[in-house]
Design a protein around this ligand. Structure first.
Ligand code: ADP
Ligand code: MG
Length: 356
């Protein structure tokens, strides 16, 4: 059976049936609007994101369960970047009539699995038919005390620039998929060799496809750094923060612009994963380009006074997440990328932009 066979209300009830009772929600799904109560003294922090078929995801690559998880993960990541605690979500779907019901069921299961991991309650949404592909829109609401919310605009000259986790993994995962790697199959170097436009000459791969699964999973099932973002906000150590969705160069650029500062990023200090080092082409230029400007890592980039250095290392250890200092905020506008020898690196591509 497909979406068209059960209609709007059939679809809504399939989704709603999977939402358990939710403590703390005054009026949940079913009325004209949901009613919730913020914790005393908290401010509401809200963000919304759209995921469009063939723009943000491909149905051929994205298992519906993981797509459900990712559609919420990108929103949890936005709240993490503000240091806010995620609480509630709205899910709006435009569904092609020929979409199989199993797809919707698996999508919902995935969405609710990530929701449960972050204590987010689905409190409503909208469902309609689409004539051109699947469209997903998620609105997330969270809360934080006014003095703890971390904005893009607070970076000061002399602050250290930090990033959580590792960079470039999702972008390399995307390249592997584009080059024909099939994540449902066990990794085989043959998959690359057979692709129409190989990633590179297979001889250029340091260790063909070891770790490829891990890279593809960074793209298809990202882990938003909620615990890290909230811990930084509560400790009051981050002066500015953003989530890295378009590459650290572009995303730190947003912090710099809104803080009216500049920055120096140290190319060789960008944290790279073992999977990335195992699979990435040996060509250092491509590797650095992916780490600087590859999208969709959903790590956090933040700035902090050098006095907080040790505290940050300890805090991140407690959140189970690695954080690496990758540069310094400067007073002159513009973001420079420097090599260890002090020379300037000129990146060929700055970051992802939907309209360029
Ligand atoms: P309205 O006509 O007022 O827009 P709907 O019939 O669209 O109401 O929705 C009925 C109820 O189901 C509402 O509470 C709405 O929030 C909820 N709902 C609709 N679509 C979804 C969805 N995709 N996910 C979660 N809740 C949904
Ligand atoms: Mg509606």
């Amino acid at each position: 059976m497909n979406a068209g066979d059960v209609g709007e209300f059939g679809l809504i009830s399939r989704i709603v049936a999977r939402v358990g009772p939710s403590a703390g929600v005054v009026t949940g799904i079913g009325d004209d609007a949901a009613v919730t109560a913020l914790s005393p003294g908290m401010q509401l922090v809200t963000s919304t994101d759209m995921l469009l078929e063939d723009v943000h995801f491909r149905r051929a690559w994205h298992d519906p369960f993981l797509l459900g998880r990712k559609s919420l993960a990108v929103s949890v990541s936005d709240l993490a970047a503000m240091g806010a605690v995620p609480r509630w979500a709205l899910l709006s779907l435009a569904i092609p009539a020929d979409l199989p019901l199993e797809f919707i069921d698996e999508f919902t299961r995935g969405f609710l699995s990530l929701a449960a991991e972050h204590s987010v309650v689905l409190i409503g949404g909208d469902t309609c038919a689409s004539r051109s592909g699947l469209v997903l829109s998620v609105t997330i609401m969270g809360e934080q005390l006014p003095g703890r919310i971390v904005r893009r605009s607070g970076a000061l000259p002399g602050d250290e620039i930090w990033v959580t986790g590792t960079l470039g993994d999702a972008a390399l995962g995307l390249r592997l998929l584009e080059d024909g790697f099939d994540s449902a199959q066990p990794p085989k170097s043959a998959q690359l060799a057979n692709s129409a436009e190989p990633l590179n000459n297979t001889a250029d791969l340091a260790c063909p496809l070891n770790g490829a699964e891990g890279l593809v999973s960074r793209l298809l099932d990202p882990s938003p750094r909620a615990a890290a973002g909230i811990a930084l906000a509560v400790a009051g150590v981050a002066s500015a923060m953003i989530d890295v969705s378009d590459g650290i160069l572009a995303d730190f650029g947003h912090i710099a612009k809104l803080s009216a500062v500049g920055g120096c990023l140290q190319l060789e200090q960008l944290p790279l994963s073992e999977n990335f080092l195992a699979v990435a082409p040996l060509d250092m230029a491509i590797r650095q380009q992916l780490a600087l400007s590859g999208g969709e890592d959903y790590e956090l980039c933040f700035t902090a006074a050098p006095a907080h250095h040790k505290k940050i290392i300890d805090l991140m250890k407690k959140s189970g997440i690695q954080a690496t200092p990758v540069g310094i905020v400067t007073s002159l506008p513009g973001v420079d990328v420097l090599r260890t020898d002090g020379s300037c690196y000129n990146p060929p591509v700055k970051g992802f932009n939907h309209f360029t």
